[in-house]
Ligand binder design. Structure first.
Ligand SMILES: Cc1cc2nc3c(=O)[nH]c(=O)nc-3n(C[C@H](O)[C@H](O)[C@H](O)COP(=O)(O)O)c2cc1C
Length: 332
């Protein structure tokens, strides 16, 4: 039996399975769809730029919205300790149960132009000042999501964890890649495992958990406090519930029935349209329908129809036919 350290906002002794922050994906409708299947301890919002909060941009406000009855962690990005502290206060006023600080974003716009995200891993002093400013500004727990380092020559995650620990940070999420790897190669779970053994703070492991089997393997083979899953949930908002069930009981939960999947997809698409309005909503829902239909019989024809369609009612008709055909195929 492994002795896992605990993340303070998760009082349960049950396995900790978390939905990753994914800008452009883990928005309110998607987080709601994931939480509806249960098993997820909490989800982390898409990153919110600290400066944008003070411009009160509608995109920012949308990103801060929490799912009812769910633990809500809001992620902030930025490089000014004072502004980050102020942003954290604002996030708590919006209902955040914890604040996560982004030290992992590799995108040029963030990490090079704005010297935020993963760039902060290159300036440990500045990162430390941000940790301290945010911890002092709020009474909720503060976590940090980082990579292993900037590149293979500078793997300084463990030093940054020490700095975070001294500043009063409560837990760390490690994506097992460097900034320079972006999303290439494989996440290094030996590195994550080593950190989980030696870190003074609980470590949530992240990277390349694509199914129940990979989640189970990393859970059994490491001492991480929890698992965070991102891209594996594309088109499968039920995956975290399946992972949770396997880690908790050892039993494999099959995916939901096609009828249940159909209902969930309809609700998700309705939420996207309500959330973004018809014009943006129709654009955004396409990528989700692409993921939902991946690998299913008739997926190519379904996508061809639905990707050209701008009328929500017609989109729902295509969805209904797509699922009806699948149910009939299984029954025959
Ligand atoms: C489309 C996309 C958007 C992302 N946005 C964020 C973000 O806003 N904040 C963050 O910390 N990480 C972000 N990430 C990184 C993920 O949280 C996660 O660390 C990474 O995808 C590795 O996990 P996975 O292999 O389970 O997807 C993003 C990843 C993707 C693919």
């Amino acid at each position: 039996m492994l002795c896992r350290s605990r993340v303070p906002i998760w009082n349960s002794t049950e396995p900790l399975v978390v939905l990753a922050p994914m800008a452009g994906v883990s928005d309110f409708p998607f987080r709601k769809a994931v939480h509806a299947f249960g098993g997820v301890a909490f989800s982390v919002s898409e990153m919110i730029a600290s400066q944008a909060i003070f411009r009160k941009a509608s995109k920012t406000l949308r990103r801060s919205f929490k799912v009812e009855n769910a633990i809500h962690v809001m992620q902030l990005a930025g490089n000014d300790p004072y502004l980050m502290g102020q942003a954290a206060r604002w996030a708590v006023d919006q209902g955040a149960h914890a604040i996560d600080l982004n030290l992992g974003c590799p995108a040029k716009q963030i990490a090079i132009s704005s010297f935020a995200g993963a760039a902060l891993m290159r300036d440990e002093k500045l990162a430390g000042s941000i940790f301290e400013a945010v911890v002092k500004s709020v009474s909720v727990p503060v976590s940090v999501k980082m990579r292993m380092g900037w590149d293979k020559e500078t793997l300084n995650a463990s030093r940054l964890i020490e700095i975070a620990y001294n500043a009063g940070v409560s837990w760390i999420t490690i994506h097992g890649r460097t900034r320079c790897q972006f999303y290439k190669d494989h996440a290094d779970w030996d590195f994550i495992s080593q950190l989980a053994r030696t870190s003074p703070l609980p470590i949530i492991g992240n990277g390349d958990i694509v199914d129940i089997e990979t989640a189970d393997r990393h859970w059994q083979n490491t001492e991480v406090a929890g698992l965070m899953v991102g891209r594996g949930t594309y088109g499968k908002p039920w995956l975290l519930a399946q992972i949770f069930h396997k880690l908790k009981t050892g039993v494999l939960l099959p995916p939901p029935s096609l009828v249940h999947q159909h209902e969930s997809v309809r609700r998700h698409i309705e939420d996207i349209l309500t959330w973004y309005g018809r014009e943006s909503g129709v654009r955004i829902l396409r990528k989700h329908l692409g993921w939902y239909s991946k690998g299913a019989p008739g997926a190519t024809a379904f996508r061809q129809c639905v990707f050209q369609e701008t009328c929500p009612r017609a989109i729902f008709q295509h969805i209904n036919v797509f699922y009806r055909d699948q149910v009939q195929e299984v029954a025959s």
